[in-house]
Design a protein around this ligand. Structure first.
Ligand code: AP5
Length: 208
């Protein structure tokens, strides 16, 4: 199964992908996670993109496309994948079409008010990327990752100003992909306002 997860920031793409990868036995490839891993390790790429991510702007297409091209060549992606957060521009979508075919593009639909509530309460484990929410999916011990015991952090781009910018960037650059994939007959729209398990089962059902 070759899937793209599309949708605004905070729609729950990463949360659902973490569950769906087990259902389908395919890797979850998140460009945001790949960039954050590079930032954590202070690689050349990480240093280049750090301030871009913090502001909620998009990393230049050529950098992102090259990173995804390399990732999709890895063996675990040969039998399928969930691409989360890529493509985000028409140029990225055109480049992806040259790399692989797709089975479906899942668009997670959510209103802005809920998005802001989800993002401002999100916390994550820096080393594993595991996602929590202070109200909707709290850890067993406040502020601590359930498995590693590490303190949870708030992403730099989950601060108010960056959230606002990410929503504007989404509307301007990424939302046009909805029509792009609809016209190719690949788009499946899912109501992302329900609980994670309900969203997952709606998605699995739509894939059947
Ligand atoms: P990225 O990490 O992809 O961020 P994003 O698309 O903004 O998506 P998020 O991770 O914020 O949200 P999500 O939809 O995964 O929601 P989540 O499951 O966490 O990208 C970060 C940055 O990297 C970009 O801004 C850009 O700079 C750069 N970048 C990445 N890809 C790029 C590309 N292709 N081109 C250029 N630049 C790129 O859920 C959010 C919260 O809600 C969590 O707290 C969760 O617990 C909670 N939640 C989730 N689902 C539910 C539910 N059903 N009910 C209640 N709460 C829920």
């Amino acid at each position: 199964m070759k899937l793209v997860f599309l949708g605004p920031p905070g729609a729950g793409k990463g949360t659902i992908a973490a569950k769906a990868k087990t259902v389908y036995g395919i890797p979850h490839i998140s460009t945001g996670d790949l960039f954050r891993e590079n930032i954590r390790n202070q690689t050349e790429l990480g240093r280049k993109v750090q301030s871009i991510l913090a502001a909620g702007d998009l990393v230049p297409d050529e950098v992102t496309i090259a990173m995804v091209r390399e990732r999709l060549k890895q063996e675990d992606a040969a039998g399928g994948f969930i691409l989360d957060g890529f493509p985000r521009t028409i140029a990225q979508a055109d480049a992806l079409a040259g790399m692989t075919d797709l089975d479906s593009v899942v668009d997670f639909v959510l209103d802005n008010e809920t998005i802001v509530r989800r993002l401002s309460g999100r916390r994550m484990c820096r080393s594993t990327g595991r996602i929590y929410h202070i109200l909707y999916n709290p850890p067993k011990v406040e502020g601590i990752d359930d498995e590693t015991g590490e303190p949870l952090i708030q992403r730099d781009d989950d601060k108010e100003e960056a959230i606002r910018n990410r929503l504007e960037v989404y509307e301007a650059s990424t939302a046009p992909l909805i029509d792009y994939y609809r016209s190719k007959g690949l788009l499946v729209e899912i109501d992302a306002s329900k609980s994670p398990d309900e969203v997952l089962s709606a998605m699995v059902k739509a894939m059947e």
